[in-house]
Design a protein around this ligand. Structure first.
Ligand code: TMP
Length: 239
């Protein structure tokens, strides 16, 4: 597989064309941003963790019957993915209140929701990714109503798959963000599943093991990323 022209550079990944038109080469970076790009920094070896941890999660999600863009690893911080036409939405699933939900509802972080919450956000940096519902999505033509519904159903199923793995690693899955895309009329999970895009708390100590350590200047950022990766690898190696 050959890496050809740079197609797109995002905040955390570079996407290259390959010699096969339906596949992209994704290179994960150590760059970190928060608050819609206002805060910038680097997290040592983040690219390696996010690439390899995402690969492990994508493989488990595929096994459970949800198609993902992941094809195979190409290196420590590189993976081959199927080329998707991205749905311009972020799907957030929450089990425990944190972050923007805590602010929006005035509920303290750590409040356990009686059932998972699913939210949709329209991807638009200039607007700061506003929260929308499925009727906005269908009315604006960002995706068909069936697609908006399916990605929420898949989000909830992925929540169960991830929680099942993470609980064995002594980690509470607080919330996470997913992105989806379409290839030949079929829906696939895309993007990444990593400490950049999820909140993970140690079940016992409640210590944060995710990008909130960077967002909130809590220190031990690299260590938290490595710790999650180490624990998940161990759980998946033992099954
Ligand atoms: P929030 O509480 O800031 O809305 O974030 C919810 C989850 O989504 C959290 O796990 C972090 C993740 N997330 C992203 O992956 N990218 C983003 O741009 C934002 C705002 C959140």
């Amino acid at each position: 597989m050959e890496k050809l022209a740079l197609k797109y550079e995002g905040k955390a990944k570079k996407v290259y064309e390959t010699d096969e038109k339906d596949y992209f080469w994704v290179a994960y970076k150590d760059d970190a941003t928060a608050f819609n790009g206002e805060k910038k920094g680097q997290i040592a070896d983040k690219g390696e963790v996010n690439n390899q941890l995402s690969a492990l999660f994508f493989a488990e999600i595929e096994k459970a019957g949800i198609p993902t863009h992941f094809v195979r690893l190409l290196g420590q911080r590189d993976m081959l993915v199927r080329r998707l036409e991205m749905v311009p939405l972020e799907v957030v699933v929450r089990n425990i209140v944190a972050g923007s939900l805590s602010k929006r509802l005035g509920v303290e972080e750590g409040f356990v929701l009686s059932q998972p919450v699913v939210e949709l956000y329209y991807k638009d940096d200039a607007l700061g990714d506003p929260m929308v519902n499925e009727s906005h999505v269908a009315a604006m033509g960002w995706a068909k109503l069936e697609v908006a519904r399916e990605i929420q159903t898949w989000g909830l199923k992925i929540n169960e798959i991830l929680r099942n793995i993470l609980v064995k690693a002594g980690i509470d899955l607080i919330d996470f963000k997913l992105e989806f895309g379409i290839s030949n009329g079929q829906l696939f999970l895309g993007d990444e599943i990593s400490p950049d895009t999820c909140r993970y708390w140690d079940i016992k100590t409640r210590e944060k093991l995710d990008k909130d350590r960077f967002r909130r200047d809590l220190g031990q950022v690299e260590e938290a990323y490595q710790e999650v990766f180490r624990r998940v690898k161990e759980v998946l190696a033992s099954v």
